[in-house]
Unconditional design. Sequence first.
Length: 140
Amino acid sequence: MDVLPIIESCPLPRPTSFIEARHSAEWYFPRMEEGKKLRFLRPYSFEKNSLGLFEPIGDEEISVDEAELILVPALGFNQKGYRLGRGGGYYDRILSSESVQKKTVGLSFSKLFPVPFLAETHDLKIGKMITEIQIHSFLD
């Protein structure tokens, strides 16, 4: 499920305070870096990268170990909770430990779950997957 339209519905620039005013959590967003790495930044604004994706501009960073919950984008999830990404491996690399994977959550519509595919050795298994009718737990 693409949450970007929700984020895009607020006017640019979108300071973190705008998002956090509606939630008690601090929100950090991924930024792609050289070497296919992700950094999670608390934004004061967003900008489009070379791929046309909005990425955060900010100075405050959080590690995945420090995060309490991590929303993970995907094309889909299979019946065992493995994530089908877009082939870059950004999330597979940064979320490789099981302790971090337990904090991950994927979103999908029930009609789109599960997606039939065979997981590869590098594929990420998420902790939970939420649809509009059910919460699936994979690493409890």
